[in-house]
Design a protein around this ligand. Sequence first.
Ligand SMILES: [Zn+2]
Ligand SMILES: [Zn+2]
Length: 320
Amino acid sequence: MRERSSDILCTRCKVRSAFYYKRASGEYLCRKCLFRGLERGIRRGLSDYSSMRREEQIIILDTFIPSIWLIPVIHLLHRVLREYKNYSIFLAYPWTLSLAKETRCGEKELSNEMLEISISRIKELINICSATYQYTEDLITCLLKMNLLIGLENALERNIKHIAILCPRDKCFSISLKNILFLNKEIVSEIYPKRLSLGIEIFNPLYNISEEDLLAYTISTGIYRRFNNALESFIKNTGLKELVYFSSTLSDIYLMINEIVYSGSREIIFSSTESLLKIYSKFNKCILCNAPINKSDHGSICRFCRTLLPFFKSLEKFLR
Ligand SMILES: [Zn+2]
Ligand SMILES: [Zn+2]
């Protein structure tokens, strides 16, 4: 990307010219300081929400619905994990892997190993979700649980104890907001910063990072120019076109909410993850995804995981 000079100096280093105005802190940042800040955020996420030790293996899970910041973030995460000599496996959907190839992000730059989730498997699971859940909100929840179970299945098969799920803080907040708007309580566990399932730790290293900062960083890498290809490939392979548009209409609401978030209090308190954890502490938990379930519900698996479980033979075996 061509360097555009600005008269404003970076608030942090006071040497380089600013590239980005960080609204949350009111700082002007150069590319390098933005990059360093994100690295610090990831390091903090790792130490706050995971118990992973040096040299342990970790699965980094794709976001399913393509996220424009995903490849740059995987790159950042891999840099941090390399410092601790952790072995990372990036479990990715085909559209993400083609984007990685197109942008010439070599395998070594993103993870120690990449695994592709097969398209026939994805189609099979999407069909199950769409056949069972007609409301878009329910369908989205089902697809998020599908993504998680794919991660769990692979971790169990390889005896890996840690899974990183990537969700920036404000995205977590908008999910919790959806929960309140649509009364879909099972989705809330997808924003918990850490969970335990079948002895595997699932955590979110982006919990302290805002999506705005990630977008700014992504723009500085130039990867966004190829992103439409990934989106088209996602729509072509999954047929979930409306889902992409659905989330963009809702994003208008979230933009407004973000204004509130960044102008004053970090979050509307009643929908913060901490409050949600407290509210749902009275509920039983789904043993697979940790979603709150009613005590009157029979069994210990939420309705979404129950729908999907017959198609995850290795998980079923583990639960027997
Ligand atoms: Zn700077
Ligand atoms: Zn569940």
